[in-house]
Design a protein around this ligand. Sequence first.
Ligand code: 5GP
Length: 187
Amino acid sequence: MSKKAVLVVISGPAGTGKGTVVKELVRRGAAEISISATTRVPRGQEQNGVEYHFLTKEKFERMIGEDGFLEYAEYCGNYYGSPKAPVDKWLSEGKNVILEIEVEGYQKVKAKRPDCIGIFIMPPSMEELENRLRGRNTETEEQIQKRLSRAAEEIPLAELYNYVVVNDSVQDCADKIEYIFKSETDN
Ligand code: 5GP
């Protein structure tokens, strides 16, 4: 059954370019992006309310107690979570909402909101993923190897998602995802 707006979870291995695809969808006005909360400290140029909402551990735990998150996880000693209120506000206004989170977060959201749509973004090949990770020039060889082995673990989990889209070009990938939004809603 189609509806006014959909909650969409987008996941995919580091280096697939999913962040760029999501930015393109937001630029096109196809969806709102949920900004996660975290207790980790900002990195580099990161700004509060742009990349993340940077919260103290106390504030984050208070929000957990108030059932303020759709899902949250502990990762490398810090909390990360998707605040519930903006997501529900946008959905009630008929706007599609994207959560860009990893696979475990997706499984938690799917359990709570079975009608959410999972989209897994796949690199064109492992060779291309490796080229992209190396091309970013932001990771050490050890980090690249870690991300590649993490990608090999994540790719088989693509079967848990409603759709798998290969990112061979940002525009084509964004077009396909927009088409999914249209086919899942009556907009
Ligand atoms: P980073 O510290 O590099 O920004 O993010 C670390 C990890 O946390 C990434 O795998 C990222 O996808 C994940 N992450 C970011 N926001 C959330 C969230 O709201 N929920 C969950 N479960 N994971 C998140």
